[in-house]
Design a protein around this ligand. Structure first.
Ligand code: HMG
Length: 390
């Protein structure tokens, strides 16, 4: 039985900062961001957007299409948690009016947790082939103002329906995975911005890629040449390109610029203009590849590398299914990205410094342009969400 991703929907904030604006404020050559790290824009969530509204907005098209009726498992992957106890997915479950016969859990392991969700969901479907699972990965990437990581900020969510006989991508059973206790990136409970050892984190990312690939290649006998495209975890697009070059050299199958472009470029388009979406980032890359590839990818094998600092990594793969184009949300994704509002530097800094109040007071948030749902306020220590759907 084939199991995998049946539908894939992506959402990001309606607001962005162009990195030339940030470059000017930081007195940096914009080319450092545009070509040095390969990023053009970063998505910035307004005060009434959080991981719940991003997630519910990502899954909303699936709800409208009646795709959530057989879902009995909702896995919410995030490292931007809003509560130490209650799973953020329960708010999403309510906003999307899902059936109460559903298990809902939050998962955490930095940017890897979306893949943990996918693999757990595949196990659930293997045991319950008529049922489906909804995996949502939703995050807001925040680093300190003026820090090296600042230009790699972003936000977004992906919603993946996991089922038997998937219409988009059948996931192959073999995987290489690796856990190692390292401090490359972390966020203690008392901080709202991550701490990161930036250069070290890029080395661990690559080391983990080589380890997971070694296992995967040993299990499958496949070589890099057996893949038509690759989707990497994308903290910034240059990271994915460098990682692939390193892997290719290690496998003695080096790639030139043109080959690298053919293998990766389509998967990097969305991330270049949204920034890091942490747990959802690799799947934003997958949506970007499926939505924007000119060639018909049916029957093609995609290599997938997921990495979460701390760290856990996984190399796995999937085969694109015939007719997949009829089940994409490509037009919605294009509209979303084309109709965002650009922020000035001052607007960005004001939003950044606003933060969600933590004093336990009563708050009603002003309404910004968001998707179908908004985080409207806090009352009696409870977050309040509003549906803008008729
Ligand atoms: P930095 O140290 O300021 O940048 O920040 P740099 O000086 O290394 O420059 C970056 C690149 O721009 C270099 O290219 C420069 O040469 C080039 P390279 O040598 O690497 O090929 N450059 C220019 N190019 C053109 N024109 C110019 C110019 N100037 C310089 N004028 C750093 C880089 C990655 C450290 C920073 O962005 C950072 O700390 N980012 C956050 C951490 C991160 O993203 N790590 C990635 C791996 S870990 C991961 O992916 C997990 C994560 O998603 C979290 C999770 O799992 O939860 C982060």
């Amino acid at each position: 039985m084939k199991i995998g991703i049946d539908r894939l929907s992506f959402y990001t904030s309606n607001y962005f900062v162009d990195l030339k604006t940030l470059a000017e404020a930081r007195s940096v050559d914009p080319e450092k961001y545009y070509s040095g790290i390969g990023q053009e824009k970063m998505g910035i969530p307004p005060p009434d957007e959080d991981v719940v509204t991003l997630a519910a907005s990502a899954a909303f098209p699936l709800m409208k299409d009646g795709e959530l009726d057989d879902v009995e498992l909702l896995l919410f992957a995030t490292e931007s948690g809003i509560d130490q106890s209650k799973a953020a997915g329960i708010y999403v479950h309510g906003l999307l009016e899902m059936s109460s016969r559903c298990r809902t859990v939050e998962l955490k392991q930095a940017c890897y947790s979306g893949t943990a969700g996918l693999q757990l969901a595949i196990g659930f479907v293997a045991r319950n082939p008529g049922k489906k699972a909804l995996v949502i990965a939703s995050d807001i990437a925040r680093y300190e103002l003026g820090s090296p990581g600042e230009s790699t900020q972003g936000c977004g969510a992906v919603a993946m329906l996991v089922s038997a006989d998937p219409r988009l991508l059948a996931i192959d059973p073999e995987c290489g995975y690796h856990t190692e206790d390292v401090m490359d990136f972390w966020r203690p409970n008392y901080r709202s911005e991550a701490l990161v050892d930036g250069k070290y984190s890029t080395m661990v990312y690559i080391h983990t890629l080589l380890e997971t690939w070694k296992q995967y290649a040993g299990l499958t006998g496949r070589a890099l040449a057996d893949f038509d495209h690759f989707c990497y975890h994308i903290p910034f697009t240059k990271m994915a390109e460098k990682a692939h070059q390193k892997l290719a050299r290690k496998c003695k199958e080096p790639v030139d610029r043109e080959q690298l472009h053919r293998l990766l470029e389509e998967s990097l388009r969305y991330s270049r203009v949204t920034g890091n979406c942490y747990s959802g980032s690799m799947y934003v890359g997958l949506a970007s590849l499926l939505d924007t590839a000119e060639a018909d990818l049916a029957g093609r094998r995609i290599g997938l590398y997921s990495y979460g600092s701390g760290c856990v990594g996984e190399f796995f793969s999937g085969v694109v299914q015939p007719g997949y184009r009829d089940f994409l949300y490509a037009d919605q994704h294009r509209n979303l990205l084309e109709n965002r509002t650009e922020l000035t530097y001052q607007q960005y800094e004001d939003i950044f410094n606003y933060g969600v109040p933590t004093d336990g007071g009563e708050y009603v948030f002003p309404q910004y342009k968001t998707g179908p749902f908004r985080f409207s306020g806090i009352s009696q220590h409870k977050r309040e969400y509003e549906s803008l759907v008729d």
